[in-house]
Design a protein around this ligand. Structure first.
Ligand SMILES: C[S@@+](CC[C@H](N)C(=O)[O-])C[C@H]1O[C@@H](n2cnc3c(N)ncnc32)[C@H](O)[C@@H]1O
Length: 274
């Protein structure tokens, strides 16, 4: 009897240990992105040798491996399933890109996204929506986010298209949607503006930002067609007031600087500081 109890105790301890070591459950199942769609995602993001691609939920590693092999990028795949991590690292070695394409076993919600210049996703819409605030907070202006099939909730994509996917493993449609976002500079707030426009030496710029879209006022005049595309900031001040014109500039830290062009063709420079 004592032996039976001892064996039962050992079994319970072993089960508890195995449970405490088992990885957290998957938030999305494994379905590979068809290669045609992988290629298009990376083309749309304009991936090149200077890029660092992070694929959240990297499966067999095809996105990061293609980014390294075909586009010369470096990258990291984050995957919760250990066998897929081993498979992806094995394929990267086989294809001669192990130096540039790495895969680690990790929960994607614990991943530091800051090194990414390109972030790729093939998850679920709810997961994308949960990730969106971290993407906006951690990725640098100009970083690109590409998602297969699912959008990012109320963050309007900068581009979307449908791609033929004859070998798609899920659903009945043999095509995929691909979405692209460019992470905007965060320019919300109050700025003091100086321009070289005659009669408009200095004014107050108030910017309201919703993702990449900008609204607000410059010296009381409403802004139109305001957008932040990466670090590029642009807006129009309509009408005949002293600040009227199309403003285009580059945001860098606490300043934005660029050119302003009036409807009559005359131009000047402008600079805003917080
Ligand atoms: C639909 S597959 C996409 C695979 C690959 N990105 C592709 O496009 O071919 C989603 C992957 O996310 C992984 N995954 C699910 N939840 C995860 C989590 N919390 N952390 C890391 N990976 C996760 C799954 O194991 C699966 O391999």
């Amino acid at each position: 009897m004592r032996l039976v109890l001892a064996l039962a105790g050992m079994l319970a301890a072993a089960t508890a240990a195995a449970q405490s070591e088992s990885p957290p459950p998957r938030d999305a199942p494994y379905f590979p992105t068809p290669q045609t769609v992988v290629d298009r995602m990376l083309e749309l993001a304009r991936v090149g040798p200077d890029d660092y691609v992070i694929d959240l939920g990297s499966g067999d590693g095809r996105i990061v491996i293609t980014a390294a092999k075909r586009f010369g990028a470096r990258g990291l795949g984050i995957e919760i399933e250990p066998s897929l991590v081993s498979q992806a690292n094995w394929t990267a070695r086989r294809d001669g890109v192990a130096e540039r394409a790495r895969f680690v076993e990790q929960d994607l919600f614990q991943t530091d996204l800051r090194p990414a210049t390109v972030l790729t996703l093939y998850l679920f819409r709810e997961l994308n929506i949960k990730l969106a605030p971290r993407i906006l907070e951690q990725l640098r202006p100009g970083a690109r986010v590409v998602s297969h099939d699912w959008d990012l909730g109320d963050w309007t994509p900068d581009h979307q298209e449908t791609v033929p996917a004859p070998d798609k493993a899920v659903g009945i449609s043999r095509e995929s949607k691909v979405f692209l976002w460019i992470v905007p500079a965060r320019v919300q707030g109050e700025w003091r503006v100086e321009t070289t426009l005659p009669g408009a030496p200095a004014g107050r710029l108030a910017l309201q930002q919703r993702y990449q879209f900008l609204a607000g006022t410059l010296d009381g005049a409403a802004l139109q067609a305001g957008k932040a595309s990466g670090a590029n900031v642009a807006f129009t001040v309509a009408g005949a007031g002293p600040f009227a014109g199309r403003y285009e500039g580059t945001a860098s830290g606490d300043s934005i600087a660029g050119r302003v062009r009036r409807a009559d063709g005359s131009a000047g420079t402008w600079r805003a500081v917080r």
